[in-house]
Write a protein that binds this ligand. Structure first.
Ligand code: ADP
Ligand code: MG
Length: 389
């Protein structure tokens, strides 16, 4: 980077201007879409992960293949870039610490530390007065028994670390199932929480810039299938006061964390119209993929802007939109019928460059816009169905 690319901006924060090189830990589809946004703005991107020919590596300037435990490789990676972000939150804390001695890591290691472990995350949220479902953190079967008795079934027991897409979770409808639940997900710390009757699941994706300004999208509504996100629609069809409250909560979480970058806040809306924060993802999120086609600024461009010190873009949604995930299950006997999906002139196809279509693996997504949320949703599902024609 030339000296002219490093300029002062805002309240003394350094602008890492276009032409600079950004580092990404992780190499999946989130890194790929981040990289595409960064390159469009004139940045270079290096990616670091244990894999080769990755979704991110295919579009980055440089793909480094090494273990997250290899501190020497991480330091030399850090030495080549002006700022590091991540697209995968289970990066070891030591890796982030080693890098932050050399270049800024955004969001910070502290935000990552909070969001990496469900117990810590829940403790942070309830400790700061954000609404969570009744929960307890326990690390033995006796404490689990006490907590289930106190909270009252039905409950969900979740591993505290490294869970995603519903992995490491077990629902219990009766107190008698404690042994089985501890057997299946226990052993180390677990979070046990009240099972809520859901009216909707929503997410608010928000970004906070180096100058402290915050921009958030309207709430999106998420439907899961087998615990994996299936379809997102925007805006969420929920009461306006719940939408406003969710946006306020997301903004204040970013402020409390002094967060720099994009954060996704997942919420539950109960059948009684109560709002609870479920979990945080310290990065762009699958439910925000529709912002690439349907918002003034995509969540990935927002991430580039936030970590480099550029002003954030508008988070305005251009039209009602819907996104459908494409999992490896769509590859039954043959390649999906891409031409049939692309025959819908207003549906956009995104594929992540993954060679092997395993069941449950996120291979790509489709986005559609419409005059109404329902129209967008019908269109995106029709286009996905057409893949199997
Ligand atoms: P993950 O990290 O796997 O996304 P989540 O905590 O978001 O874990 O749980 C996955 C899904 O399981 C949620 O999106 C929701 O559909 C369901 N779920 C989880 N916890 C509860 C709960 N307490 N009450 C009702 N449904 C829940
Ligand atoms: Mg979740």
């Amino acid at each position: 980077m030339t000296l002219s690319a490093v300029q002062r901006s805002g309240a003394g924060a350094r602008l890492i201007g276009p032409g600079a090189t950004l580092g990404v830990l992780g190499s999946g589809q989130l890194g790929r879409m981040f990289t595409i946004a960064a390159r469009r703005l004139g940045y270079r991107v290096h990616t670091f992960s244990p894999d080769q020919d990755t979704p991110t590596g295919q579009v980055a300037d440089v793909e480094v293949t090494a273990s997250y435990e290899d501190l020497d490789k991480l330091r030399s990676f850090a030495g080549q870039v002006q700022v590091v972000t991540f697209e995968f939150e289970n990066v070891p804390t030591v890796a982030v610490e080693a890098i932050s001695e050399i270049v800024p890591v955004r969001p910070s290691g502290a935000a990552l530390y909070t969001a990496q472990q469900r117990g810590r995350e829940k403790a942070f949220l309830s400790g700061h007065g954000f609404p969570t479902v009744p929960f307890a953190r326990v690390d033995s079967i006796e404490r689990l028994r006490d907590a289930v008795a106190r909270i009252g079934p039905p409950v969900v027991v979740k591993t505290a670390a490294f869970g995603y897409d519903g992995k490491g979770q077990r629902k219990m409808t009766q107190a008698g199932e404690v042994d089985a639940a501890w057997q299946s997900v226990g052993g180390a710390e677990v979070v046990v929480e009240k099972f809520i009757n859901l009216q909707a699941e929503i997410s608010v994706i928000a970004a906070r810039g180096l100058d402290g300004s915050v921009e958030e999208y309207v709430p999106f509504e998420n439907r899961h299938s087998h615990h994996i996100l299936d379809v997102t629609t925007a805006p969420a069809l929920i009461a306006p006061e719940i939408a406003a409250r969710a946006r306020d909560i997301a903004r204040s979480i970013l402020e409390q964390l002094e967060y720099i970058g994009v954060l996704c806040v997942e919420f539950f809306v109960s059948t009684e119209n109560e709002l609870f924060v479920n979990e945080l993802a310290p990065r762009p999120h699958n439910s925000g993929h529709l912002t690439v086609d349907a918002a003034v600024t995509s969540q990935f461009e927002q991430q580039v802007r936030a970590i480099t010190g550029l002003p954030l873009g508008s988070a305005e949604l251009l039209r009602p939109a819907a996104m459908a995930n494409l999992l490896g299950d769509l590859w039954t006997d043959s390649e999906p019928n891409w031409a049939a999906a692309c025959a819908f002139p207003d549906v956009k196809l995104h594929l992540y460059g993954k060679a092997e279509p395993r069941p449950g693996r996120k291979m790509g997504h489709l986005t559609a816009m419409g005059k109404t949320v329902h129209e967008a949703q019908e269109r995106v599902i029709a286009a996905r169905d057409a893949l199997l024609l």
